[in-house]
Design a binder for this molecule. Structure first.
Ligand code: GZL
Length: 355
């Protein structure tokens, strides 16, 4: 056999050895700067790959902590955590890495609703069940995931609209009383000028909260939604867009901000414009999430109302996996409930909260 053929065969043989060693579940997972392994891999543990969409907000931090605290070794889990940094492309890479590493389950908090079918089909073909957490995915093929855990974002948007209805009704009654006293007649339903800071486009939180609020607003001819732009759920972008709104519109009555981090930025922009917000302010603020710092702002009278979106979803995921491991049915959709908090009761309502 000539020398050249021998070398070619040897290279092929080496290649096969390398490939064979890769296909076994490695005892140690390769780490990159956004992937973190919580435990040395122990074959008795249930290995879960978790693709978190980012770290853009206080809410996201609480959500990540909740899931990391639930999927621990003491509960029989080994967690591989990846931060997608608000990029679906990163998340898809993370999911493919979990498939390659032959994890037992994949958990995904999807940054946006569409574009998941291909990679979820790869997970299905690899026999790895997928659980969707926090936001939803939009797919025709319901078999691509076994369960979803989150909150009802559409209901949250409606709660914001219903709170504004209640608030304005109470003010109208007050004005009517004073109007009777002053015998001042005023056109019913004076214009209410509203601006909206929206979350990441095509995310379930943005879609649901926008639609829910609009389905209430449509019943009020005097509610004018002057603008609704993307603030990407971050404080910096929320401040930037609110500053733009304040330049553009001189008579904003209400800000609806689809998460607290954007609200914190908006409050800075309002104050830098020499205006005030909240209970005694020019601009009334309805926010979403109800994280700890938002309670600080409600107690200071800077936010009027906050629609809670509960990030504590880790235990629900652990319970679902536990049931699947025992061959039991798991609920297809699990929601964690949330409340509506108001500035007037913030000190009382925040007692005992964990985020
Ligand atoms: C809501 C979640 C949203 C939060 C934001 O379920 O997807 O994403 O409201 C977070 O704070 O960025």
């Amino acid at each position: 056999m000539n020398k050249k053929l021998k070398i070619i065969l040897w290279i092929i043989f080496l290649g096969l050895i390398v490939l064979a060693s890769c296909s076994l579940r490695p005892l140690k997972f390769q780490q990159n700067n956004e992937t973190e392994i919580t435990e040395d891999i122990d074959s008795d543990l249930i290995i879960v790959g978790f693709s978190q969409l980012g770290s853009e907000s206080d809410w996201r931090t609480a959500n990540t902590k909740s899931i990391q605290n639930a999927l621990v070794k003491e509960n029989g889990f080994s967690l591989i955590f990846s931060n997608g940094r608000q990029s679906q492309e990163n998340q898809i890479k993370d999911v493919r890495s979990f498939i390659f590493q032959e994890v037992d389950y994949i958990v995904i908090a999807p940054v946006t609703e569409t574009g998941w079918d291909t990679v979820l089909m790869e997970a299905k073909q690899a026999g790895i069940p997928v659980i969707i957490v926090d936001r939803k995915i939009d797919t025709e093929d319901e078999s691509l995931y076994v369960a979803s855990v989150g909150t009802d974002k559409y209901a949250e948007g409606k709660k914001a609209g219903l709170w504004l209805e209640k608030y304005l009704k109470e003010r109208e009654n007050e004005t009517n009383i004073s109007r009777k006293k002053l015998a001042v007649s005023e056109k019913e339903g004076s214009p209410i000028n509203i601006v909206v800071l929206e979350g990441t486009p095509d995310s379930t939180a943005q879609i649901g909260r926008s639609q829910g609020f609009e389905d209430i607003a449509v019943n009020h001819k005097n509610w004018n939604i002057l603008a609704h732009e993307n603030g990407d759920f971050t404080k910096a972008k929320g401040k930037e867009v609110m500053a733009k709104y304040l330049q553009e519109f001189k008579d904003i009555d209400v800000l609806v901000s689809q998460n607290d981090d954007m609200t914190f930025g908006a409050i800075e922009a309002i104050r830098e414009a020499g205006l005030s917000c909240g209970v005694n302010g020019n601009i009334k603020i309805i926010s979403f999430d109800a994280v700890s710092e938002a309670f600080d702002k409600m107690e200071a009278g800077l936010i009027n109302a906050d629609i809670e979106c509960n990030p504590l979803q880790g235990q629900l995921i652990a319970d679902i996996i536990g049931r699947l491991e025992k061959g039991e049915e798991a609920p297809r959709v699990s929601y964690v409930e949330g409340k509506v908090f108001e500035a007037e009761n913030a000190s009382r309502d925040r007692v005992g909260r964990s985020y």
